[in-house]
Design a protein around this ligand. Structure first.
Ligand code: NI
Ligand code: MN
Length: 223
């Protein structure tokens, strides 16, 4: 089986396959490189890594408009429900949730997580299994050695690796992260959205891993 992956710009991706459309961190309003408006995105599920504006800002409106299920940290789901979106699947690092399209698992990430000054629970990485393909979105995170374990446990076909530096890993540490996880394909994300994240990513050359740098709006087929 195969899936179609569309880069939404910044850290957002849309994955289509196995009869479902899953958006991870679809941040479009206020995203200067987005090629799509938030109300144009169609999906069945939204998966969030954490509560920061540049990941979560559009999530509740997108979920409401599409009647999509939200997979996110317990505290984020609590917020979404207060905002009137009931279809939520709360989780936390270490946990895995069965989904109509496969599963969503939450891993650890070294970062922070808040929205409009409110604590949004643990920052996470997310593993999404859809259409027989497994994708690991690291979220915003520092490098950590247990990425090796995450790679061994979930055997992801694709990893989305933040490489913009400052708030996450940069290209050199992102390379180390991809070498620990060992996906077939590594997609650099969370860079060049704003001048603060401008980054020459030539150092992002993990050994034994194919790098696919996607432009916003660009699509690739996996599997
Ligand atoms: Ni963040
Ligand atoms: Mn971020």
């Amino acid at each position: 089986m195969s899936v179609k992956v569309t880069f939404l710009g910044h850290s957002g991706v849309l994955i289509e396959g196995g009869g479902a459309r899953v958006a991870i961190d679809p941040f479009l309003s206020g995203n200067p490189v987005a090629t799509m408006k938030a109300d144009e995105l169609e999906c069945d599920a939204v998966v969030l890594t954490h509560g920061h504006e540049d990941h979560m800002a559009d999530a509740v409106p997108i979920c409401k408009k599409n009647k999509a299920t939200l997979y996110a940290a317990y505290e984020i789901c609590g917020y979404a429900q207060e905002e009137g979106h009931e279809k939520c699947e709360p989780g936390n690092p270490g946990g895995k949730i069965k989904a109509p399209f496969g599963y969503v698992a939450f891993t650890q990430a070294f970062h922070s997580s808040s929205f409009k000054g409110r604590y949004m629970g643990m920052p996470c990485g997310v593993v999404v299994n859809i259409g027989g393909v497994t994708l690991y979105h690291m979220g915003d995170t520092a490098l950590f050695g247990d990425m090796k374990l995450i790679g061994e446990i979930y055997k992801p076909d694709v990893a989305f690796v933040p490489v913009g530096d400052r708030f996450t890993m940069g290209p050199e540490l992102g390379k180390r992260a991809a070498e620990l996880v060992r996906p077939k394909i590594a997609v650099p994300v969370h860079y060049k959205t704003w001048p603060l994240l401008a980054q020459d990513i030539t150092a992002f050359r993990p050994e034994g891993v194919q790098v696919r740098a996607l432009e916003p709006g660009e699509t690739m087929t996996v599997g």
